[in-house]
Write a protein that binds this ligand. Structure first.
Ligand code: GLN
Length: 256
């Protein structure tokens, strides 16, 4: 009987260790801070030529990890998957220029906001599409993003209806659809929009005057993991307070 109890205790210990991941229990993997992202969102996250990752989110996450005594691991996946990964406990933080909204607040926690994103509309130069007649055209967006959510909403709620919106796997693919004429406009966050317009200069793209919706970006953390949320938030706020954060933003926004 005693032996059985000992075995049972050992099993319980093994199982609880497995449930916590790292022996410190704070992160998914001991000594690491896993960040799930979709590395196709310049200048926040992108893949480098040698297959590494860079961008504002990547650098900030690296410094947050450092402050926590952890090593950053970037897990690149689809945007929806990046949000799910923190909810399912497969990653510690999700950073992907993620807009805080009510639906997401219901399923995950967020740090304080670290940037403002503005949804803008990309069209072809000389196009007849305007901010006011957008609903008469076909709009490309990235699936699962706020651009998709707003645009596909009903007209009563300020959207254009699902029939007018095509959701693509990535923002880059949505922009290619605009270049090839499959859609008449793309709704996407302003900084990636500028970057896509520059990258497709030969196609003659332009961003319409005026902004569509303004949003706040924050870091997503699994709901209820207050210790992790506080640690990440504390590190983020230190980076903001001492100017390090702004230095990173300036580097990516002025560097071309
Ligand atoms: N900010 C937008 C959102 O959260 C888009 C983010 C993205 O495409 N990476 O939905």
């Amino acid at each position: 009987m005693k032996k059985f109890v000992t075995m049972l205790l050992a099993l319980v210990m093994v199982l609880s260790l497995a449930a916590c991941g790292g022996s410190d229990g704070l992160t998914v993997e001991k000594g690491k801070l896993h960040m799930s992202t979709n590395a196709e969102f310049p200048p926040y996250e992108m893949v480098t030529n040698d297959g590494g990752f860079e961008g504002i989110d990547v650098e900030v996450a690296g410094l947050i990890a450092e402050k926590m005594g952890l090593e950053l691991v970037v897990d690149d996946m689809g945007f929806d998957a990046a949000l799910l990964a923190v909810q399912n406990g497969q990653s510690d933080i999700a950073m992907a220029g993620i807009t805080v909204n009510e639906e997401r607040l219901a399923v995950m926690d967020f740090t304080d906001s670290y940037a403002t994103g503005v949804q803008v509309v990309i069209v072809k130069e000389g196009s007849e599409v305007t901010m006011d007649n957008l609903g008469d055209y076909t709009i490309g967006t990235q699936l699962g993003t706020t651009g998709y959510i707003y645009a596909s909403d009903t007209p009563e709620n300020g959207g254009y209806g699902e029939d007018h919106v095509i959701g693509y796997e990535t923002g880059a693919v949505a922009v290619q659809a605009l270049v090839s004429g499959q859609v008449d406009a793309v709704i996407i966050d302003n900084l990636p929009a500028q970057s896509y317009v520059e990258a497709n200069a030969a196609a003659g793209l332009t961003i319409l005057e005026g902004t569509w919706v303004e949003e706040n970006y924050a870091i997503g953390v699994k709901k209820g993991n207050e210790e992790l949320l506080n640690a990440v938030n504390g590190a983020l706020n230190e980076l903001k307070a001492d100017g390090t954060f702004q230095g990173i933003v300036d580097k990516y926004i002025t560097a071309d």
